[in-house]
Write a protein that binds this ligand. Structure first.
Ligand SMILES: [Zn+2]
Length: 115
């Protein structure tokens, strides 16, 4: 297993849409946000858990005025086994039917443990 804690800054922080072969679990520790999995948007807050199937396109965005912090788990021995494939375009807002080029990498902190 490989696990860690990631965080995004208040209001606008996000982890851009991406996919990887491994499935993943997010457990939201604190803050408010939206997790998108294969185009479906899930509102999340402290205590929410989201299962992300392998190869599903997903991303997370902070929609609250506090830091969004979550715990993630991969079923792989090392985080370095996880190959992130970022989407080149993404839907910034579900209400807008338009794909925009992906912006600069997000401001994101990751602390991880491998076992
Ligand atoms: Zn992921």
């Amino acid at each position: 297993m490989s696990a860690g804690i990631a965080s995004c800054p208040a209001n606008t922080g996000y982890l851009a849409h991406h996919r990887h072969a491994q499935s993943e679990i997010y457990y939201i520790i604190s803050g408010k946000g939206e997790v998108t999995v294969d185009g479906k948007v899930h509102a999340v807050s402290g205590g929410s858990t989201v299962f992300i199937p392998g190869n599903a396109e997903h991303g997370i965005k902070n929609t609250g005025d506090q830091e969004l912090k979550w715990f993630y788990v991969f079923p792989t021995a090392s985080f370095s086994d996880v190959e992130y494939k970022f989407s080149e375009v993404e839907k910034v807002d579900e209400r807008v039917d338009e794909l925009v080029p992906r912006k600069e990498p997000p401001v994101l902190k990751i602390y991880g443990w491998d076992a």
